[in-house]
Design a protein around this ligand. Structure first.
Ligand code: DO4
Ligand code: MG
Length: 285
């Protein structure tokens, strides 16, 4: 089941259930006014099954605007969870190579704060590259939705936009490489009711378009993630509280080659076959 937030032509924010390829059931009519309520409900899947049978208003997808499926959840991110990410980072930085190598193999994973919910960019909104960085890339990542109890209740797609020259210069600059205006996109919807085993069969595809042509394409499978989802979440939740739940990006397994950098007006398309497509155009920020 896929749930989302969307804007109607009357510019009202609603909660919806994606029924097929191109329709959304308006759950506000069933009294559901926020996604967090559903994510906190024990039997969310059963509730959604019931809603799907009801005669609620439907909107064609092309008549609404999908919003980021995040309300008050902080966004965090795990790093060097794929071998590809570890290798690329060790190559980009003599200075910090050892740190990436260690984080990949250590018991404790790398987990960092990524974004306040209100700063997250939704589907179709611009993502940013920093004006003071020369080497910028998208990081297409599976994102876990956890509720206030630290239970994984859904999956979505995240883009952990990163400035590789800044992070490569010195690991202490990581927050500047990762956390800036429009550096985090999440969407298009939340998949509820899938297990980790199923999620691990999904494929992540990244395509970058420049002037309408693909200039980079890469693919990985979720199963390449070294750590179990529960393990990542258990570290995220240690000595921590998330009253509204949280989003955890699970790391990137697709890193374009050393000569590639994003430019303004590039279009970043990330597809996870079990979830959908998150697409954003790049602007300078
Ligand atoms: O340590 C740097 C960030 C790693 C990261 O964001 C990733 O592997 O996805
Ligand atoms: Mg990342």
């Amino acid at each position: 089941m896929k749930i989302c937030r969307f804007l109607t032509s009357q510019t009202e924010t609603r909660v919806g259930l994606l029924t097929g390829e191109d329709q959304i059931l308006d759950l506000s009519e069933a009294g559901v006014n926020n996604l967090t309520f559903l994510l906190e409900t024990k039997d969310a899947l059963e509730q959604l099954e019931i809603f799907s049978q009801q005669r609620l208003a439907r909107f064609p997808l092309n008549q609404i605007q999908l919003l980021s499926p995040i309300e008050r959840q902080e966004v965090w991110a795990a790093g060097v969870t794929y071998l590809r990410s570890k290798k690329a980072r060790m190559e980009e930085s003599n200075f910090s190579a050892n740190a990436y190598d260690r984080a990949y193999s250590a018991q404790r994973p790398e987990i960092f704060f990524k974004s306040l919910p209100e700063k997250v960019v939704g589907p179709g909104e611009p993502v940013g590259i920093r004006t003071d960085a020369q080497w910028n890339v998208p990081e297409p990542e599976l994102a876990l939705l956890i509720n206030s109890q630290g239970t994984i209740v859904g999956y979505t797609i995240g883009n952990d936009m990163s400035s590789r020259d800044i992070e490569g210069e010195n690991l202490l600059y990581l927050p500047q490489a990762k956390i800036y205006h429009r550096s985090c996109a999440v969407g298009p919807c939340i998949v509820v009711g899938s297990t980790e085993t199923v999620a691990r069969t999904w494929t992540i595809t990244l395509q970058i378009y420049r002037k309408g042509r693909i200039i980079f394409e890469g693919q990985t499978t979720v199963d390449q993630i070294k750590r179990r989802f529960e393990e990542l979440v258990s570290y995220l939740c240690r000595s921590q509280t998330f009253p509204y739940g949280a989003v955890l990006l699970t790391g990137t397994g697709i890193v374009p080659g050393e000569n590639f950098t994003l430019r303004a007006e590039d279009r970043v398309r990330i597809e996870v076959n079990g979830i959908g497509v998150l697409e954003n155009t790049v602007i300078l920020v």
